[in-house]
Design a protein around this ligand. Sequence first.
Ligand code: HEM
Ligand SMILES: *[C@@H]1O[C@H](CO)[C@@H](O)[C@H](O)[C@H]1NC(C)=O
Ligand SMILES: *[C@@H]1O[C@H](CO)[C@@H](O)[C@H](O)[C@H]1NC(C)=O
Ligand SMILES: *[C@@H]1O[C@H](CO)[C@@H](O)[C@H](O)[C@H]1NC(C)=O
Ligand SMILES: *[C@@H]1O[C@H](CO)[C@@H](O)[C@H](O)[C@H]1NC(C)=O
Ligand SMILES: *[C@@H]1O[C@H](CO)[C@@H](O)[C@H](O)[C@H]1NC(C)=O
Ligand SMILES: CC(=O)N[C@H]1CO[C@H](CO)[C@@H](O)[C@@H]1O
Length: 326
Amino acid sequence: MIPRVLELLLLLILVVGCHGGGGLKMKYYEKLCDSISVENTVREIVWSKVAAKPALAAKLLRLHYHDCFVRGCDASILLDPTQNVTTEKAAGPNRSVTGYDVIDEIKTTLEASCPGIVSCADIVALAARDAVSYQFQKEMWPVFTGRKDGSVSVAVEVGVNLPSASANFTTLLTQFKAKGLDVDDLVTLSGAHTIGTSRCALVSRRLYNFTGVGDADPSLDPTYAQTLREICPIPVNASITLEMDPNSSLSFDSQYFEGLNQHKGLFVSDAALITNAQSAHIAEVLQNPKVFFARFARSMVRMGAIEVLTDGQGQVRKNCRVVNDQ
Ligand code: HEM
Ligand SMILES: *[C@@H]1O[C@H](CO)[C@@H](O)[C@H](O)[C@H]1NC(C)=O
Ligand SMILES: *[C@@H]1O[C@H](CO)[C@@H](O)[C@H](O)[C@H]1NC(C)=O
Ligand SMILES: *[C@@H]1O[C@H](CO)[C@@H](O)[C@H](O)[C@H]1NC(C)=O
Ligand SMILES: *[C@@H]1O[C@H](CO)[C@@H](O)[C@H](O)[C@H]1NC(C)=O
Ligand SMILES: *[C@@H]1O[C@H](CO)[C@@H](O)[C@H](O)[C@H]1NC(C)=O
Ligand SMILES: CC(=O)N[C@H]1CO[C@H](CO)[C@@H](O)[C@@H]1O
């Protein structure tokens, strides 16, 4: 248990520092537009959507992660494919990413009250925070703002930058380090898998023996593997999904880390976190919910600052799906 006072101190250091890395600031929109009303607008829309459809929280959190890991947090993931460009949105790993309509609704609302000011990248970052925060009815981490939107989005960059579900520990850490994140961020942010679902195809290799491909993964808890086989029969059905945290996939909590230690991590990438002594130790510590929430806040601030564009760079898109002036 870390004392409440330490937790507050951590937040204070984050907030008083007044910058979230990469030139981002707290309340960036204060002088440009009413900052309170910008953040309130995002929160009101997200909370009402998540209240109506709790599974949306995971979608919005993942949207921010996928945005930040490919070309930085610049809303490149929101760009629709054009005749000439296959954008990130059309890449394989994005097939199951959703939540775009919610971002559009927020953008339309903000354009009406404060035209041309609030970037799509900031909306994505705020929406991810608010989506997770709904369950707690309070802000779970500070979101530093001032991101600008990029104008480039390329589908093939997704596979290169986003770790795959079958990545081993070395590969995961290399990919996180390439984004300026460390082993603490890797283990902590993987805890996002405490909410949400996955398609069966991403785990079937761990569940069945496939000729020429390999045997089922013996490191997965056998009882749990049997449960998963019942949910995910073969041949793999692309429309069946399973809950990543079997006990509470709608609740943002630290059960993911208990699951890891019980050999119930869903993906190879989840299970890999306990094969390395250092990260296994981190995962052990994160079983304490208070520690997890505090560390998650810290790591989300770090993730939200990856390769951001700030004042003088990029643009503020009028429509999150298209680059301005096209
Ligand atoms: C460490 C490397 C990671 C890998 C290999 C990974 C992989 C995956 C995969 C394969 C899925 C299922 C996608 C599908 O069914 O198409 C998924 C879902 C998800 N991931 Fe990750 N992920 C990673 C890190 C993260 C991070 C850092 C976050 C957020 C901070 C995150 C948030 C989510 C969420 C919330 C879902 C559920 C989405 C839903 O319910 O639709 N993941 N992830
Ligand atoms: C798409 O490519 C065609 C042919 O190369 C070109 O004429 C056109 O201007 C491009 N359109 C855009 C929007 O870039
Ligand atoms: C991890 O995966 C990479 C890429 O598939 C591979 O080159 C490497 O040998 C693996 N490392 C370990 C320790 O298994
Ligand atoms: C896979 O094959 C191994 C033997 O090679 C066997 O022990 C195991 O039970 C099989 N698993 C499944 C899920 O069929
Ligand atoms: C796949 O699963 C869906 C939803 O459970 C079901 O409606 C559909 O018939 C299944 N498709 C096949 C080919 O089994
Ligand atoms: C899920 O709940 C069961 C029964 O309460 C418990 O034994 C198990 O440890 C829980 N699993 C995880 C991953 O927390
Ligand atoms: C939302 C979205 O654009 N999804 C796309 C993801 O990629 C697949 C296949 O490349 C497209 O068919 C989807 O439209």
